[in-house]
Every structure is written in structure tokens, then in C-alpha cells.
Design a protein around this ligand. Structure first.
Ligand SMILES: C[S@@+](CC[C@H](N)C(=O)[O-])C[C@H]1O[C@@H](n2cnc3c(N)ncnc32)[C@H](O)[C@@H]1O
Length: 384
């Protein structure tokens, strides 16, 4: 995925959330054929593995409204196999789906509310015949059409389903994180978020990993996802998904990447889980989080493991993740501490506004932490 593709998709995402005129300008700027090609690539990333037992060909026509041209593709769907996308619309397609380009761009990348009803036409290839399609094919036609329509639609499966689909361990077996994510991220789902996740997955194996990054890309239809890993995972680059290489324990490297690609709306640490690394990353990256954003730390259990630099004897040990979280509770309440009122505030004193700690995962909210302390006229000791 090149920088130009990322820039083109960003233009389309912005246009899809704007007026018809702005959307038209974005499509003109990117070029209709290119915009249609990016839309097809987006659909390819979203489409689920088919379940229709009979092979079905679905034709997709994207009319370049106002240009008198069109992009045609044939999607071949068979149970259990990745969808094949071929150029052109084959005669043998059992179903045809026709979209106008700007409607499709809005449907794929616009906010849910901007969706216009009835922007697509679905035609059975046999619609003008008097004979029914062969009876044994009918369930497969319905299922294959639904698989394609689900990929086009702004509706997204829930995060647990997406974790399983894309092979992230954030749900099932070991971790049960996705309902917590859903609770905090649902209000951001429709916005063009920038997410950075530390830990792509798959370790030294270049081709494997990326499960959670693909899950985020599908969940945040308008978002851009960055994955940082110690190993080279650039083979996983793709539409709206950019791989970065670096060490989460290198503050200067983190600062440089955040200056180039941030600020971020969401930062997730699912990297080494070594206590020192988690603390280094948090200190370096929290300043690069946008107000209203979340910093998430996964796998808090390693806070108690000496092998990860944790400690399960001294529960107030300052060098562990739990030590960090406990000190952040004090930062959140700095306005209530009267011993040094005029000192310079730390980043977390000034900007940490909420903490939600669940079993093994913490969500830290950023904003402006300046509500004001309890007024001086409130008694400083019980007075009854
Ligand atoms: C648990 S996996 C990530 C799983 C992925 N987030 C998911 O849910 O699908 C942890 C990843 O962190 C990476 N990692 C380990 N130490 C790191 C470091 N110091 N800096 C950056 N990445 C690191 C590993 O290479 C591995 O790919």
C-alpha cells in the first residue's frame, strides 16, 4: 500500500462525511476509476468467508456517475474459500449488484447516518426470464448475495465476531476483552479515528499476525490503523492499515513515529507486556493521544510476574503496571492535594480524565483534568 493510496482513501473518507459537492470534488480529485478500484479493494478486505455450498458469481457494476464509464468486477463465492475477484462482469453471473460510485463511496466510508436508502440495485441475472433459477441454487444465491451486501453495508459485526474472524486473541479462550472495547469504542465507531496498536502479532514470522489490526479496520470503517512491532511485518500493509517497525521501549523512536503519524484517537499496548516497556510506551505516547481518546493497556496479569519485571509480593511496587495505574489515580486527583499547589503539572495530572480498570485490561481516558478541586470553604475535617 503506497502513501498515495492512503492519501486517496483519506480524501474519499473526508468527502463521504461531507456535502454532495465535497464528495464530488473528492471523487474528481482521486479520479473515478481509481476511486472505484479503492472501493473494490475495501470490499475485498471486508468480505467474510462465504458459506454458500454452490459456487455463485456475483457481478458488481460501479457506475461512474457523470462520466459515462463504469467499473465491472465478478466476485466468485464458494463455501470456505476466499472470495475471488476478477475484472469485468461475466455473462454467467447469477446476480448483479449495481451501484453509483458516489453512493458506494458514501456507503463504504461515510458516517452511518449519511447513508441514502435505495442507492443500489440488485438484479437476479434471471430476473427477466419466466423460469425460476434452479431450485437447488436458490439458497446459495441468497447466501452469496448477502455475503457481498454485508461487506458493502455500514453495519459491522460485533468485535467478538470480528476477533474470531480475523484471528485475534482479544476474545475467546484466554482473553475476554471485546465487550470492554465495545463499551468504550462504540461512540467512536462512525468517526475517522487514527488507531495505533503496539504488537502486530506473529512475532518473527513476517507473514503472520495482524488479526487485531484487521479487526479494528473492519470495526472502524472510516478509520486508519497503524500497527507497531519489533519485527518487520510490512507484508501485512494494506488499505487503511499501515505497519510500522520499532521497539516499544525506545522513547525517541516512539516520539518520532507519533509525530509523523499521530496524533492518535486510540493507542493500545498489546506488545511485549514487559512492565518497563509498558511504562516507557505510556510515558512517550500519552502526549500524542487526542483529547477524548483512549490509551489501553492489555494483559495486566504480567504485572505480578517477576519474569516480566512484575512483582506479586510488593503490591505497591512503583516499577510495575499496577504501580503505574495506582499512581495515575493520584494524578487524576491532583487538584485535591494541597501540599504543593503551584508546581508544574505532569502530562497525566493535566490530561488524564478517567480510568476504567477491568480484569487484565485498563482504559485510560484523555481530556482536560481541570474541574477544580473541592472549594476552600468546604470543611477540611469532619465538623459535627
Ligand atoms: C500478543 S502479540 C500481538 C497480538 C495482536 N495485537 C492481536 O491481538 O492480534 C505481541 C506482539 O508484540 C511484539 N513485540 C514484542 N516486543 C516488542 C517490542 N519491544 N516492541 C514492539 N513490539 C514488540 C511481538 O513481536 C508480537 O508480534
Amino acid at each position: 500500500m503506497t502513501d498515495t493510496s492512503t492519501a486517496d482513501i483519506q480524501q474519499l473518507i473526508a468527502g463521504a462525511g461531507d456535502t454532495p459537492r465535497a464528495l464530488r470534488r473528492a471523487v474528481d480529485h482521486v479520479g473515478p476509476a481509481r476511486a472505484a478500484e479503492l472501493a473494490v479493494e475495501e470490499i475485498r478486505t471486508r468480505i467474510d468467508v462465504p458459506v454458500n455450498p454452490h459456487e455463485i458469481r456475483v457481478g458488481l457494476r460501479i457506475e461512474h456517475d457523470g462520466y459515462d464509464t463504469a467499473t465491472d468486477r465478478t466476485l466468485t463465492l464458494t463455501a470456505g474459500r476466499p472470495v475471488r475477484v476478477d475484472e469485468g462482469m461475466q455473462e454467467s453471473c447469477e446476480v448483479r449488484i449495481v451501484y453509483r460510485l458516489k453512493d458506494l463511496v458514501r456507503e463504504l466510508w461515510g458516517p452511518d447516518l449519511a447513508r441514502t436508502a435505495g442507492t443500489r440495485r440488485i438484479e437476479l441475472a434471471t430476473a427477466h426470464d419466466t423460469d425460476f433459477p434452479p431450485r437447488e441454487l436458490q439458497p446459495s444465491i441468497a447466501s452469496a448475495t448477502s455475503t457481498v451486501i454485508d461487506a458493502l453495508s455500514p453495519r459491522t459485526p460485533d468485535l467478538g465476531t470480528l476477533a474470531l474472524r480475523h484471528g485475534s486473541d482479544k476474545w475467546g479462550q484466554v482473553h475476554w476483552f471485546t465487550p470492554h472495547y465495545e463499551r468504550h469504542f462504540a461512540p467512536l465507531r462512525d468517526t475517522p479515528v487514527r488507531i495505533l496498536e503496539i504488537g502486530v502479532g506473529g512475532y518473527a514470522d513476517e507473514e503472520s499476525g495482524g488479526g487485531s489490526l484487521k479487526m479494528w479496520r473492519r470495526y472502524f470503517r472510516r478509520g486508519t490503523v497503524f500497527g507497531l512491532d519489533y519485527f518487520d511485518k510490512s507484508a501485512l500493509n494494506g488499505p487503511r492499515l499501515q505497519i510500522l517497525q520499532g521497539d516499544q521501549n525506545d522513547p525517541a523512536g516512539l516520539d518520532a513515529l507519533a509525530r509523523e503519524h499521530g496524533p492518535f484517537d486510540i493507542i493500545i499496548d498489546d506488545g511485549s507486556h514487559i512492565n518497563e516497556h509498558v511504562r516507557t510506551s505510556f510515558t512517550a505516547l500519552f502526549p500524542h493521544l487526542r483529547p477524548g481518546g483512549f490509551y489501553v493497556i492489555e494483559d495486566l496479569w504480567t504485572s505480578y510476574l517477576p519474569g516480566y519485571g512484575g512483582d506479586d509480593r510488593d503490591l505497591n511496587a512503583p516499577h510495575t503496571m499496577m504501580g503505574l495505574l495506582k499512581s495515575l489515580i493520584d494524578d487524576l486527583h491532583h487538584e485535591e492535594r494541597e501540599s504543593a499547589p503551584d508546581r508544574a503539572l505532569s502530562q497525566t495530572e493535566a490530561f488524564l480524565t478517567g480510568m476504567h480498570v477491568y480484569h487484565n485490561i485498563a482504559f485510560l481516558e484523555k481530556g482536560v483534568n481541570a474541574e477544580g478541586g473541592i472549594p476552600r470553604w468546604m470543611p477540611r475535617a469532619p465538623h459535627w
